[in-house]
Design a protein around this ligand. Structure first.
Ligand code: UGA
Length: 434
C-alpha cells in the first residue's frame, strides 16, 4: 500500500519505518527541513534502539522516503497517517494546533478513496472535528480512522512490531478493514471500535498505567513507614494475573511526553463533560510529591543541603532515551539547587538535551566516576544499565561520604552488603547502613 505519514516524531517515525519494514511504500513528511535532510542520510534525529538500522535498510530497499514536499508525499497516497504532536495546552487540554494544520495541509490531496488515519493522541471527538474540517473544505465525504499508538520510547520499534493490540476506531467499515489489512503482516490482535471509543482507549490506557505507578509509589511510602519491601510486595501482587507484573516499579514518579500530559488532558475532558474524576487528581498529586521524595530523604539525612555536592546519576525521564520532557531530574535538580546543593550530573545520552533545559544551573560530568568524585551523596534518577551494572564498591571509593539515595531501586541487598561502609536509601525498602 502507498502510505504517507505526517510528522517524524517518535510516533510518526517509528510507524513509518515499521510499515515500510512490513512491505508498504512509505513517505514521511515533515516541515522541519533539517530533520528531513538528516533522515535522508539515514541518521535518526532521536535515540531509539534499532531505529537507524531499519531506517537505512528500508531506504536502501526503496520502500521508505522522507520529504518536506506535500505533493511528493500526498499526491497518490492511499492512506494518510497523521502523527503530529499534541502537546499540553495552557489549560491542561491537548493542544491541537499541529493536528489542525496537518488536516488543512492534506485537504487538496484527498480523494474519495483516501483513508485518513489519526495516530496522534487526541481527545474524544477530535476525529469528528477533523472530518468536518476536511469535508467542509473539500465538499466530499472522507474516510477517517482513529488508530491510537501504544509504543514506548526506548522500545518503539519492538512495541510496534510486537504490539499487544491494534485499535481501529471508525464509523466506516471499509476504511477499518483496509487499515486492518495494512497491519495484517504484524499478526497482532485487532480491536475494532467506534471512533470515540478508540480515542478514549488511548487516554484510558495511559491514565491507568500512570495510576498504577502512583499506586505503587504511595504503597512504597507506606512500606517504608512499616518496614516492608515494596519490590517484594509488587512481585507478590503482580503474580496475580488480574493485577499483572508490569508498571509496578516504585520510583520517583512518572515523566516523559505522554503520561503527565495525557492524565491532565483526560482530567480536562472529564471536567468539561461535568464528570468528577478525583482518582486522576490523586494520581497527579502523588506523582508531584514523589518527584521530590529523594530530596526530602536527603534533607532528613543531612539536616540541610547547603554546600553539599550531589552527584545525580541519570537525567533522561527513563533509560534508553535522550528525552528530557517532564523528567524527574528537572524538579530534583531545581529543589537541590534551591536548598543550596551543588549538582553534578551524568547521563549516558541525555546530557545535550538536559543542557538545553537546565543550562548552567547544574554541572555535567562525562562519566559516573567524574560525577561521584568527592560527592557528599549520589542520587540515582534514571536506571540506565550502565548505572545499574557499575561496581558499587569502586563507585563509592572516591566519594566524600558513601551515601546513596536510589530513586530507582537499582541495587540488590547483596550488592549493598558487599560494601564495607555505605548508607543506602532506596524507595519503599528498608535503608541499609553499614
Ligand atoms: C507511555 C506508554 O507506556 C505507551 O504505551 C504510550 O504509547 C506512550 O506513553 C505514549 O502515549 O506515547 P513512554 O512515555 O514512552 O510510554 O514511557 P513508559 O515506559 O510508559 O514510562 C513512563 C514513565 O513511567 C517513566 O518516567 C518511567 O520511569 C515511569 N515508570 C514506568 C515507573 O515509574 N514505574 C514503572 O513501573 C513503569
Amino acid at each position: 500500500m502507498k502510505i504517507a505519514v505526517l510528522g517524524t516524531g517518535y510516533v510518526g517515525l517509528s510507524t513509518g519505518v515499521c510499515l515500510s519494514q512490513i512491505g508498504h511504500q512509505v513517505t514521511c513528511l515533515d516541515i522541519n527541513e533539517r530533520k528531513i535532510n538528516q533522515l535522508r542520510q539515514g541518521i535518526s534525529p532521536i535515540y531509539e534502539p534499532n531505529l537507524e538500522e531499519l531506517l537505512t535498510s528500508n531506504m536502501a530497499a526503496g520502500r521508505l522516503q522522507f520529504t518536506t514536499s506535500q505533493p511528493e508525499a500526498l499526491a497518490d497516497a492511499e492512506i494518510i497517517i497523521i502523527a503530529v504532536g499534541t502537546p499540553q495546552g495552557d489549560d491542561g487540554a491537548a493542544d491541537l494546533t499541529y493536528l489542525v494544520q496537518a488536516a488543512k495541509e492534506i485537504t487538496s490531496y484527498i480523494t474519495q478513496e483516501t483513508i485518513i488515519v489519526i495516530k496522534s493522541t487526541v481527545p474524544v471527538g477530535t476525529n469528528a472535528v477533523v472530518k468536518k474540517l476536511i469535508e467542509d473544505r473539500t465538499g466530499t465525504t472522507v474516510k477517517m480512522v482513529s488508530n491510537p499508538e501504544f509504543l514506548r520510547q526506548g522500545s518503539a520499534i519492538e512495541d510496534t512490531m510486537k504490539a499487544d493490540r491494534i485499535i481501529i476506531g471508525s464509523e466506516n467499515e471499509l476504511a477499518a478493514r483496509k487499515i486492518e489489512e495494512m497491519y495484517q503482516p504484524l499478526n497482532v490482535p485487532v480491536i475494532v471500535t467506534s471512533t470515540k471509543s478508540a480515542e478514549m482507549i488511548k487516554y484510558a490506557s495511559n491514565a491507568f498505567l500512570a495510576t498504577k505507578i502512583s499506586y505503587i509509589n504511595e504503597m512504597a511510602n507506606l512500606c517504608e513507614a512499616v518496614g516492608a519491601n515494596v519490590a517484594d510486595v509488587a512481585r507478590g501482587m503482580g503474580k496475580d494475573k488480574r493485577i499483572g507484573e508490569a508498571f509496578l516499579n516504585a520510583g520517583i514518579g512518572y515523566g516523559g511526553s505522554c503520561f503527565p500530559k495525557d492524565v491532565k488532558a483526560l482530567l480536562h475532558t472529564a471536567e468539561v463533560n461535568g464528570v468528577e474524576f478525583p482518582l486522576l487528581k490523586e494520581t497527579i498529586a502523588i506523582n508531584e510529591r514523589q518527584r521530590e521524595w529523594l530530596v526530602a530523604k536527603a534533607l532528613k539525612r543531612f539536616g540541610h543541603l547547603s554546600g553539599k555536592k550531589i552527584a545525580m546519576l541519570g537525567l533522561a525521564f527513563k533509560p534508553e532515551t535522550d528525552d528530557m520532557r517532564e523528567a524527574p531530574s528537572i524538579p530534583i535538580s531545581a529543589a537541590l539547587s534551591k536548598w543550596g546543593a551543588e549538582v553534578i550530573a551524568y547521563d549516558p545520552v541525555a546530557t545535550e538535551n538536559a543542557k538545553k533545559l537546565l543550562g548552567d544551573s547544574i554541572k555535567y560530568a562525562g562519566s559516573i566516576a567524574e560525577a561521584v568524585y568527592e560527592a557528599d551523596a549520589v542520587f540515582i534518577v534514571t536506571e540506565w544499565n550502565e548505572i545499574k551494572n557499575q561496581d558499587l564498591v569502586e563507585m563509592i571509593r572516591n566519594m566524600k561520604e558513601p551515601i546513596i539515595f536510589d530513586g530507582r531501586n537499582c541495587f540488590s541487598e547483596d550488592e549493598i552488603r558487599a560494601c564495607s561502609a555505605i548508607e543506602y536509601y532506596p524507595i519503599g525498602k528498608p535503608s541499609i547502613i553499614i
